[in-house]
Design a protein around this ligand. Structure first.
Ligand code: SD4
Length: 289
């Protein structure tokens, strides 16, 4: 049957899930709710992995990736977007106002400005300082769990029982200039099917892209797996295919149309937040190591 409205999001982004969850209980669509929900973290300058205040690449550029997907199966995304604090809203405009799914770099920025978004500097004093500190050694090692400060992926089911999702990030800190991760790639960082449910990913985007993880999870749920089983199979696939899996984190979060939630990750430490029946709960994910 149709579940009560529900919002789930990666990590302990309780302000974002509360925002989206309250909207859902006031009758907002899943699409509006995921957009407004993840915007909370895009605007949070203390979150160094999303939107304003996100860590730059190794050359000092803050470049953002984001995607959004509607119950209709329509989707939009932006990659390598600079100087715009709310890439998820640009992604939604790509979905609604263009014949395309994905816009990149200069073209994405040009489109955002045409749509009325304002350019701003996204490199905060703190992230500039941390980057300059990093430059001293230039050791590129992804940090396994940046507790509570990470990519936000969100899935919402509204009163009508429809599901929407979004994913937004500044990507891996000190990535190469030009690097794009999984978060804006439909099927990798985000996927849903309004008949089945949805999935989002966080962690090492390269591993997520190689497994097309979110698509895989939705297809497994289509074949009858629970969200939990589907997330476990997807993580095990990554473990089998990547001999260096101990060196990075990947976490998946899935929600089916019955409102069942599952999550699984490589390393202990990933948590997800769920807002349902006016209550936010933060749950540690099951893990492999
Ligand atoms: C990426 N998956 O760009 C994102 C980053 C992330 O935890 O989720 N960090 O690869």
């Amino acid at each position: 049957g149709k579940p009560n409205p529900i919002c789930v999001a990666t990590w302990n982004f309780h302000k974002a899930s509360k925002k989206a969850g309250e909207m859902l209980y006031e009758g907002a669509s899943a699409l509006d709710s995921v957009e407004q929900g993840v915007r909370v973290e895009e605007g949070n300058i203390k979150n160094t992995t999303v939107g304003n205040g996100g860590a730059p690449d190794r050359d000092g550029n803050v470049t953002l990736d984001a995607s959004i997907m509607a119950p209709s199966g329509e989707c939009g995304s932006v990659v390598y977007l600079k100087n715009i604090a709310h890439p998820v809203s640009v992604a939604r405009k790509v979905m609604e106002e263009t014949p395309h799914v994905m816009l990149a770099g200069e073209g994405a920025l040009q489109f955002a400005i045409q749509q009325g978004f304002k350019k701003q500097n996204l490199l905060t004093e703190e992230s500039e300082k941390a980057w300059k500190e990093w430059l001293k050694k230039k050791e590129y090692k992804p940090i396994i769990n940046i507790e509570n400060h990470d990519t936000i992926g969100m899935l919402c089911i509204d009163e009508a029982g429809d599901i929407a999702g979004a994913c937004t990030t500044s990507g891996l800190a000190y990535k190469m200039n030009g690097r794009v991760g999984d978060s804006p790639i439909i099927g990798a960082g985000l996927y849903l099917d309004n008949e089945i449910g949805g999935a989002v990913a966080t962690g090492m985007g390269e591993a997520v892209m190689k497994s097309v993880g979110s698509f895989l999870i939705v297809e497994l749920m289509r074949q009858g797996k629970s969200p939990q089983q589907a997330c476990e199979i997807a993580i095990k696939r990554i473990i089998e295919k990547n001999s260096n899996y101990k060196d990075f984190q990947v976490a998946f979060l899935a929600l089916n149309k019955e409102g069942e939630v599952g999550s699984f990750c490589i390393h202990k430490g990933f948590t997800y937040v769920k807002y349902q029946n006016k209550e936010n709960t933060n749950t540690p994910s099951e893990y492999y190591i």
